[in-house]
Design a protein around this ligand. Structure first.
Ligand code: PEP
Ligand code: MN
Length: 265
């Protein structure tokens, strides 16, 4: 790869192949933080698909700070994701926390997400490196760019070339008005260091739904290849991350605004 060039990650979805990479249409991943029940995940899938998303996100296994918080519905949520995938034709991205769940998660996931908290779980990285599904590697909340790229290298070195890097905000000092600090400077920096496609997650990156549209647009201006946006049919009732989740109507508006500012969807 030449300096500044990006490789494509081609993902097979029920609606055909979707390519992540530079100079390609923006790929938008949308959906709730957690899969809560069949009705909400299918409804969200159909709404985000109609707005132009290519992938449905939704956690079955949730890495929660507190062991007493909702941990995700696990295997039964994977079945609900399968139903939403079938109903919508969207590809599915969901997080793998435990290598023991890899086989059953792979039956529904078109892309396997490794979350921020597992970015340096090297045994997990080796496991997803040794299988065929593309991997979305989120940046650890306190990871340097070097550490993040080396984590990606574990997956590549194990034989899987299909890695997408997702910036989701890093830990700085404000916790009140921003949940994390979304580091958009990684876009040009990564472009100079790696050929891997880039995704930006302004939902976890800001923690507040009202700030998501501005940062999504800023990420496009800086050259991101894809976006991850949390969307929930009723954010006030969400079992996790409601404050940062857009309603389907807000998401639809955002997608229309993104189409106007540049990179086509
Ligand atoms: C998520 O995307 O659901 C998630 C838990 O994100 P992160 O790993 O970035 O905190
Ligand atoms: Mn979340």
């Amino acid at each position: 790869f030449r300096h500044g060039e990006s490789s494509n990650v081609a993902v097979t979805t029920p609606s055909g192949i979707v390519n992540f990479g530079q100079n390609l249409p923006l790929v938008v991943v949308a959906g709730p933080c957690s899969v809560e029940n069949e009705q909400m995940i299918v409804e969200t899938a159909l709404r985000v698909k109609a707005a132009g998303a290519k992938f449905l996100r939704g956690g079955a296994y949730k890495p929660r700070t507190s062991p007493y918080a909702f941990q995700g519905h696990g295997e039964s949520a994977l079945n609900l994701l399968a139903a939403a995938r079938e109903a919508s034709g969207l590809g599915v991205i969901t997080e793998l926390m435990d290598a023991d769940d890899l086989e059953k998660l792979s039956e529904v996931a078109d892309v396997i997400q490794i979350g921020a908290r597992n970015m340096q779980n090297f045994s997990l990285l080796k496991k997803v490196g040794a299988q065929d599904k593309p991997v979305l590697l989120k940046r650890g909340m306190s990871a340097t760019i070097e550490e993040w790229l080396m984590a990606a290298e574990y997956i590549l070195a194990a034989g899987n070339p299909n890695v997408i890097l997702c910036e989701r905000g890093i830990r700085t000092f404000d916790r009140q008005y921003t949940r994390n600090t979304l580091d958009l400077s990684v876009i040009p920096v990564l472009r100079s260091l790696t050929h891997l496609p880039i995704m930006i997650d302004p939902s976890h990156g800001t923690g507040f739904a009202e700030h998501v549209p501005s940062m999504a647009k800023a990420a496009i201006a800086a050259g991101t290849d894809s976006l991850m946006i949390e969307v929930h049919p009723n954010p006030a009732k969400a079992m996790s991350d409601g404050p940062q989740s857009l309603t389907p109507a807000d998401f639809d508006q955002l997608m229309q605004d993104l189409a106007v500012i540049g990179k086509s969807v």
